[in-house]
Design a protein around this ligand. Sequence first.
Ligand SMILES: NC(=O)c1ccc[n+]([C@@H]2O[C@H](COP(=O)([O-])OP(=O)(O)OC[C@H]3O[C@@H](n4cnc5c(N)ncnc54)[C@H](OP(=O)(O)O)[C@@H]3O)[C@@H](O)[C@H]2O)c1
Length: 242
Amino acid sequence: MVFSLDRWVGKVAIVTGASSGIGASIAEELVERGLKVAAFARRKVLLEVLAKNLSGKKGQLFPVKVDLTKEEDILNGFKWVKETLGPVHILINNAGITGNTTISYGDSEIWKQIFQVNVIGLSIATREAVRDMRANNVDGHIIHINSILGHQVIYIPSLSVYPSSKYAVTALAETLRLELNSLKSKIKITSISPGLVKTEGLANEILQSEGFKQIIKEKKFSIRLMLQKLLFMFYPHLLMFR
Ligand SMILES: NC(=O)c1ccc[n+]([C@@H]2O[C@H](COP(=O)([O-])OP(=O)(O)OC[C@H]3O[C@@H](n4cnc5c(N)ncnc54)[C@H](OP(=O)(O)O)[C@@H]3O)[C@@H](O)[C@H]2O)c1
């Protein structure tokens, strides 16, 4: 099957968390393919730089300052898009934060922030996109940027709440699919679950965390142990490797 973005040329896509990392790359790609991209994030200055760098491309990027922890901001963002650019055809729910927190000693304010951005903000944006698409008879596409941690928990110290928010995204993608089905809507929902992607923000936070460094250290240690065991199988006299 050949996937083409041709049918979306000139149409409107909203990308949340477009000021850096994966979101900025997605926004860039969509602009290059000829879409009008409303780029949502708090750091508008970064969005403006991105818009400037993309001027002269087939499509165009429009910076919109939106804090996903504030419902009013999201509603105003959608209102601006509808009034200025037209009906929404694609929503990429990319914005996400990991929070540096544990269950045992964590700050509940950080837990709330994680859920506000990764789950509630995503749900509000999804609701607004579905309403707009249905009101305009648009068979659009909603894409959640999930995570492998939304399917399997891996112990990464200080990342004790983030996986639960991504499990919620997995469930929200499925419940939306069922809802759209029952509405006989042709709007598509896709959940994409990347592994570790080297981005400035989120991935750096993970890579720099003491917990992750510890995991890498332990992994190296276990690879060393495995090699030692293999060597011992073939050269049992080398007792020093045991
Ligand atoms: N990088 C990875 O290894 C990895 C792996 C699996 C899944 N993911 C997922 O991929 C997505 C993007 O991750 P990334 O690595 O590209 O992260 P990133 O570089 O840290 O970017 C996060 C984006 O989210 C935005 N954001 C954060 N809080 C926000 C808020 N309150 N309101 C509006 N926007 C907000 C940020 O913009 P502002 O700060 O300007 O608001 C930024 O544009 C996330 O959903 C993440 O869970 C990442």
